[in-house]
Design a protein around this ligand. Sequence first.
Ligand code: SF4
Length: 363
Amino acid sequence: MTEIRHNWTKEEILAIYNKPMMELLYDAATIHREHHDPNTVQVSTLLSIKTGGCPEDCGYCPQAARYHTDIEGNDLMSVQQVKAQALRAKSSGSSRVCMGAAWRNVKDGPEFDNVLEMVRTINKLDMEVCCTLGMVTENQAQRLAEAGLYAYNHNLDTSEDYYKDVISTRAFEDRLDTISNVRKTNVTVCSGGIIGMGEAVEDRAGMLVALATLDPQPESVPINALVAVPGTPMEDIEPISIWEMIRMVATTRIVMPQTQVRLSAGRTEMSREGQAMCFFAGANSIFAGDKLLTTPNPDVNEDMKMFELLGLNPQKPFVKKAQPATVEATDSQYQSLGEKPKWTRPEHKIERNEAAKLARKNS
Ligand code: SF4
């Protein structure tokens, strides 16, 4: 079984990304099979529960209030509307609902209380529930955890070096702080990025270094291709080729073997053959529904036809265990090690092997 490493360097990741394609695919597919069922792909549904009017300036995003795009903004949806959409998603094969709100950060108050109620409601439907609401404090992350949140999404978007070319209203460090706040709870972490924003290949590797050196690594990593929306600063950027997407997916799979790699925005530009190559390279989730927040996405029926053609099965909810933390062991093992873990998340049944192995070695 391929070991999980947290000490990847940019040079190592670049060397993987630039391997001859057949070798890269073979390596990625081999690691994928060690850790995942290659015939299972999770179908997730992304709901925009509050659209547009965001004060941030993310260069790719049509929801930023400062850009003149033709998206229709809406206030926070009601709990009943969200429940109806979640039920519809479940009946068409989704096992995860991700709720996105165009906020800079979460503010305590009635709107956040409503979001907590949405989390409780979806949780009762036996679906994984994820939120992407902007920056959160530790206390807010804890409240989301208590409501039953399964995952929190906060993308790094790109490398630390390229970040300031994409966003100026908050820093890369702020992203890491939110991820760290989520990590202090039992909520799993979803964090990835977007390729095709004019970044260099080194920036793609840089983003993967930032993610893969987290300990634990994110349980979920969405890889998006830029969808250039008229009215945004990135409107004129040409779409990337499918080969770049395949390389990025394969490299992500190799450096984060246990992570759920999500083939996200940009699928409307990809052929079935291209998507099949991404699944082969280690992608094991797609987003369903004709919209991804505000940008177009393939129709769910088309996706189901593709699943049938490829012999893929939609993944059931809650089958992926959390990433192993640095150390997690029984009390007596902690005592024998003479140290405490960085954090513990017993609710997610973190593997105790590391500490147990260490304890055995030291005994
Ligand atoms: S990506 Fe999120 S934070 Fe950035 S402008 Fe869009 S909604 Fe706001």
